[in-house]
Design a protein around this ligand. Sequence first.
Ligand SMILES: Nc1ncnc2c1ncn2[C@@H]1O[C@H](COP(=O)(O)OP(=O)(O)O)[C@@H](O)[C@H]1O
Ligand SMILES: [Mg+2]
Length: 276
Amino acid sequence: MNHLEFRNVSVAFGHGPRRFVAVDDVSLSVPAGKIVGLVGESGSGKSTLARAAVGLCEPSAGSVLLDGVQVSHARGANARLRQRIQMIFQDPSSCLNPKLTIGQSVAEALDAAAKRAGTRTGRAQRAAETARLLESVQLPAARAADLPAALSGGQRQRVALARALAAAPGVILADEITSALDVSVQGSVLNLLRHIQRELGLGILFVSHNLAVVRYLCDEVAVMQSGRLVEHGETMTVLDHPRQDYTKTLLQAVPRIGEPLFAPATGMIQISEGAR
Ligand SMILES: Nc1ncnc2c1ncn2[C@@H]1O[C@H](COP(=O)(O)OP(=O)(O)O)[C@@H](O)[C@H]1O
Ligand SMILES: [Mg+2]
């Protein structure tokens, strides 16, 4: 079981008259093995909500739970439990040390996970695990010797995914993970994510502004507006019969005929009809 739950989570920044509530009383579940899309206009609080799950910011009210155990404001064993929630960001370079080869980067993530678990990994085992993780994100083990600068954006995002997988997560928070990538590789990264999600039975909170991708990938969709969750339900229900005007407006912003969009059949972004 890897059930992530946001329970009445609020996140505020600043104090006094400068206090700003970025996330306002949000309750949302990411059931084990499900992909939940999180959409909403820029600044609506999507990243802040995701960051609150991994401890990059703490809720000012409410709590984050994993399998019913509170992991927000947690210490000790509960804080370690939080490592089962891993986040991947829009810009893969932000999590990769430019001076480490990608093999070293993945090995570093393995070491960090082992340290938290209080175990030690031998050199041979670490090398084997690193090769296995690179293979699992469909990067040839020979690329392990390359620096991030030698990789394409899509390959760097695969390394970021391998690093996240090093922590043996149950839940992944994917925050606009293909937004910075060339459209030609977005599809293959998304298909890889879905493949791994199915194989490992991961829960995923998939933050995106691309509703065509959300429709393809997600079991459920949650819609945020100005820090609040305004709509949530099964993907088809929310996208085909939105209850909120705000959701309808978001849907109207989906690429139209003649613009690039995601084509599930090929897993590639391509020009085609039927954007909605
Ligand atoms: N560390 C921070 N300090 C102050 N304000 C922040 C901080 N992080 C985010 N915000 C504000 O919170 C709001 C929500 O931001 P964010 O969660 O990044 O939105 P989204 O991911 O939906 O675009 C924005 O108005 C943003 O400026
Ligand atoms: Mg964001």
